[in-house]
Ligand binder design. Structure first.
Ligand SMILES: Cc1ncc(COP(=O)(O)O)c(C=O)c1O
Length: 465
């Protein structure tokens, strides 16, 4: 018999999680103003809010924590991180930051000014937020296939070269300071970008002399999909693929809370020494001295170790198979999800799940609420609430995809947990026609409102604005 698949690690420490009753959850959710970010973690049984900083560090990462050098300047931990970045990603220059959005803040302070245009593939919300905060515009050039959850395209994170060409040739080059390619593309469903596409984008960008930066939170998961899906790459190691990916980038921003499997941390990688020097000033202003950014020495050590572990095939295979396991269970129940399954999460198509909830009443948030009430499972809305208002017209933006993201933390849950989640959502699916309440916004922040928005349940068709 062929030996079945088994996880590439075993457990040494566990954390108790507790179930709750539906009545308790109803009370808690009401007090949380129907925003799942406002729940206390102890009010959640299985937490699929994010894979960001929620992973389990390994025994080796914890031992590295003990070896951290907390010197203000020139700590050995900084050099450990520098060596790992050079070794794995090939960047000579880097700046540590406390997380991914801090890397964006520092880099964009050096690169982006009012009126600029930043093309990319479905920019992540913090990326877009930092662009719009500077009165610049993010232009989405993702391929059309990404916006249909039923189309089974292997690289739905790809940039449409025609769309990109259109942006580059119809705007003055000096107004396009950078092209950002997100690998994997979180907002389009954790979907990868092919090496071919990275190469083509880079070649096109070079014709216009525009730098390309990768938003790299899940770069290793991207490399895993290239290995599995792109002709000519099955025989290469993940690290070989990663090295090739980054030959098509002038730099990178990194939220290390994902593929470097740490609870906090980030960095910016640069090829250009001048830009690195320019960005240093902003790093010092916003983050800390250039050899620690916003990180402690012990965290830099764990991050360096995590970069090696996060680029091992066995680890990635375990992780992405678990995501696919949840996807398959849901598909078997008939629940509509983004196909193919993403790298870090399963994205449930809320428009197809709850077609009777109007977009003005936020179907994906409604679904997130129903799943929490059903089983204490916390997912997150990736839809119109996240998409925010248009900065100029202040009208709600309704993206083509209205998704509930079930994000799986790294090395944390077992497949029994995935079974629980699948059945909880299948129960909601069974009773979907009886869901007669969407939500309406009671109060919201002027930018990045999803984190703090306050909501009320509203009867379907009771409002439309
Ligand atoms: C693609 C992508 N870029 C940037 C970020 C921002 O990183 P952080 O949460 O570390 O600030 C995230 C976080 O989820 C992300 O998924």
């Amino acid at each position: 018999m062929e030996l079945p698949f088994a996880e590439s690690y075993k457990m040494k420490m566990v954390e108790t999680i507790r179930k709750s009753t539906r009545e308790e959850r109803e009370t808690w959710l009401k007090s949380a103003r129907y925003n799942l970010f406002n729940l206390k973690s102890e009010q959640v049984f299985i937490d699929l809010l994010t894979d960001s900083g929620t992973g389990a560090m390994s025994d080796r990462q914890w031992s590295e924590m003990m070896l951290g050098d907390e010197s203000y300047a020139g700590a050995s931990s900084y050099y450990k991180m520098k060596n790992a970045i050079r070794d794995i990603l090939g960047f000579e220059y880097f700046l540590p930051t406390h997380q991914g959005r801090a890397a964006e803040n520092v880099l964009f302070s050096a690169l982006i000014k009012k009126g600029d245009i930043v093309p990319g593939n479905s920019h992540f919300d913090t990326t877009k937020g930092h662009i719009e905060y500077r009165n610049a515009t993010a232009v989405d050039c993702t391929i059309d296939e990404a916006f249909s959850t039923t189309v089974n395209h292997p690289f739905k994170g790809n940039i449409d070269l025609e769309k990109l060409k259109h942006v580059l040739s119809n705007n003055p080059v000096e107004r396009i300071p950078v092209i950002i390619v997100t690998v994997t593309c979180n907002s389009s469903g954790g979907q990868p970008v092919s090496i071919q596409n990275l190469r083509d984008v880079y070649t096109l960008a070079k014709k216009y002399n525009i730098p390309v930066f990768f938003d790299s939170a899940r770069f290793a998961e991207n490399a895993y999909f290239i290995k599995l899906r792109e002709p000519g790459y099955s025989g290469k190691t993940i690290r070989e693929i990663v090295r090739e990916m980054y030959t098509y980038a002038d730099g990178m921003t990194m939220s290390s809370k994902k593929d470097a499997i740490v609870n906090m941390g980030g960095f910016i990688g640069f090829r250009d020494e001048q830009l690195w020097k320019k960005a240093q000033t902003f790093n010092i202003m916003f983050e800390g001295f250039i050899t620690y950014g916003g990180m402690s020495g012990r965290d830099m050590n764990a991050l360096a170790q995590g970069l090696y572990e996060g680029t091992e095939f066995e680890y990635l295979d375990t992780r992405i198979r678990q995501v696919a396991y949840l996807g398959k269970r849901l598909s078997d129940f008939g629940v509509p999800v983004q196909m193919p399954y993403g790298g870090h999460a399963i994205f449930v198509d809320a428009k197809r799940f709850l077609p009777h909830i109007p977009k003005e009443q936020f179907p994906a948030q409604t679904l997130a609420i129903e799943l929490y009430l059903e089983g204490g499972v916390r997912g997150v809305e990736i839809g119109a609430i996240l998409a925010d208002r248009d900065p100029v017209t202040r009208k709600n933006r309704y993206p083509e995809l209205e998704l509930l993201r079930l994000t799986i933390p790294r090395r944390v849950y077992t497949n029994n947990h995935m079974d629980y989640v699948a059945v909880a959502l299948a129960n909601v699916w069974e009773r979907r026609d009886d869901i007669h309440h969407g939500v309406k916004i009671v109060s919201e922040a002027p930018i990045m409102r999803h984190f703090t928005v306050e909501l009320e349940r509203a009867e379907v068709h009771a409002l439309a604005h």
